[in-house]
Design a protein around this ligand. Sequence first.
Ligand SMILES: Cc1cc2nc3c(=O)[nH]c(=O)nc-3n(C[C@H](O)[C@H](O)[C@H](O)COP(=O)(O)O)c2cc1C
Ligand code: SF4
Ligand code: SF4
Length: 275
Amino acid sequence: MDIKKVAALFFSPTYTTKKVVCAIAESAARNIAGAECQLANITTPAMRRETPPFGKGDLVVFGVPVYIGRVPNLLRDFLASIKGNGAIGVPVAVYGNRAYDDALIELRDIMQENGFRCIAAGAFIGEHSFSYTLGGGRPDTSDLETAMKFGEEIARKITSGEAIPAELQVPGNPYPYKFYNAKSSSNSSIDIRKVKPETDPHKCTSCGLCAMLCPMGAIDPSNCAEVPGICIKCGACIKMCRPKAKYFSDPTYLEHKEILERNFTEPRKEPEIFW
Ligand SMILES: Cc1cc2nc3c(=O)[nH]c(=O)nc-3n(C[C@H](O)[C@H](O)[C@H](O)COP(=O)(O)O)c2cc1C
Ligand code: SF4
Ligand code: SF4
């Protein structure tokens, strides 16, 4: 099979998915003669306005972070428009050391239904969007080595002409996929849909970075303290703000974060690869 382009396609507000997908795609491209690696970042609304074209001769490593056990819902329109046209696909789910639940099987199904031939899949761990300690610092050196070896092995299978499975098997429940139902300490369901970040006016320099990075376009670029749009709690504005002016103070959000850190920091989960 002649591969000319390896695409690293990713949605990645806090860059952990980007790191994993790029490590896999760049390593695959290095090991396929004549192939070049191209980045396709779909994190912000402007980046999702056009769907990159794919076809035979392309290898597409497509990574998303796991949100409440699923593929992020905000990508629905983009995912409805993406076409593989016979490209080889590698679905990758990156999760915050709790679980990836049905996200990987959902991404595999989306890719297969849209004309990708899925050769392999991966589940990797990234620092949790809500936390600096849950999955802290991941993907780390060991995770990225696994990602690079995965890329090499994908290249080897493609160049040696090994058959692509008719349906790649990955863990998860088939459709209808389930959302993770997070519980509070009093065992009631946690609902943080309306929560938005706040801004410390003494720290904010009005640099505008948070508005530029927000994957929902939720932050007012002319006054970054205002968040009129929908916030998905992706963590980008919090983690990327250099003076650390953005924060969440909502008690339900903070309780959820603490429960996650308490229950899921240990044991450390390791990357999984599926052929
Ligand atoms: C709204 C939301 C829901 C999440 N749900 C899960 C989850 O169900 N399981 C999990 O392990 N991590 C979960 N995470 C954490 C992310 O999957 C993880 O931090 C990922 O590495 C973030 O990717 P990024 O750096 O590319 O943004 C969630 C994060 C967000 C923002
Ligand atoms: S990134 Fe931080 S400093 Fe810059 S505008 Fe946003 S909140 Fe203010
Ligand atoms: S406002 Fe919400 S959605 Fe936008 S970057 Fe901040 S946490 Fe993410």
